[in-house]
Design a protein around this ligand. Structure first.
Ligand code: HEM
Length: 180
């Protein structure tokens, strides 16, 4: 009787564990754009945007949404991986060439880190953000319309203070994946 109970407990535990493991890795992204050495893959998952940014750098990779001018007004997420540990920050473009943390600006950090790796000189950061956060400095996404996406990455240093080595801007439709 006791053995039976232990076996069934073990089964329940295994099923739970399998669910957790597969859930954590079930990040199949539906769309992808690649510009030179930086890739943005994403999917709309209910009321969140699940994103993966990958670039040829050992430093930071970053994405910005809907600037008003250059970097100004954009909702930025930057991340790097230092000694195997990923770190992301939620920022806002306070100026054409400057960003500051949402928290410092009286808002909240709304990006949730999902995973981060640095392998063969390529840094990959995965995170989710709400399509409509309560923070006034975050983008409110219209997934069926145009979203301006800034992509950038820094030099091979784990510091958010370094300027980009590469940056670009494109327009995407987050629902269909069309880009221009
Ligand atoms: C980490 C600190 C950053 C610094 C110090 C910085 C600084 C600057 C500066 C000085 C410029 C104007 C000069 C130039 O064009 O190179 C610029 C432009 C630009 N930055 Fe940044 N940047 C940073 C992060 C980012 C991030 C994370 C992104 C996007 C994900 C980004 C996207 C851009 C774009 C697209 C432009 C060009 C805007 C235009 O000319 O239309 N920057 N940045």
């Amino acid at each position: 009787m006791k053995t039976k109970r232990i076996i069934s407990l073990f089964c329940v535990f295994s099923i739970l564990l399998a669910g957790i493991v597969s859930g954590a890795s079930a990040a199949d992204y539906e769309h992808e754009v690649k510009v030179k050495k930086v890739t943005f893959a994403w999917k709309i998952d209910g009321d969140t945007l699940a994103a993966k940014i990958s670039a040829q750098t050992k430093g930071w990779v970053g994405i910005g949404f809907n600037p008003s001018e250059k970097m100004k007004g954009a909702d930025f997420i930057l991340g790097y991986v230092k000694k195997g540990k990923a770190k992301i920050i939620d920022e806002y473009g306070v100026d054409k060439t400057k960003h500051s943390s949402d928290k410092k600006l009286g808002g909240t950090a709304d990006a949730i880190l999902v995973a981060g790796t640095e392998k063969d000189g390529i840094t990959t950061i995965e995170f989710t953000i709400p399509l409509k956060s309560a923070d006034k400095n975050d983008a409110v996404f219209d997934v069926n319309g145009d979203t301006v996406v800034l992509l950038a990455y820094g030099p091979d240093r784990d510091s958010f203070k370094t300027k980009h080595k590469f940056r670009t801007a494109l327009t995407v439709n987050l629902a269909t994946g069309a880009s221009k």
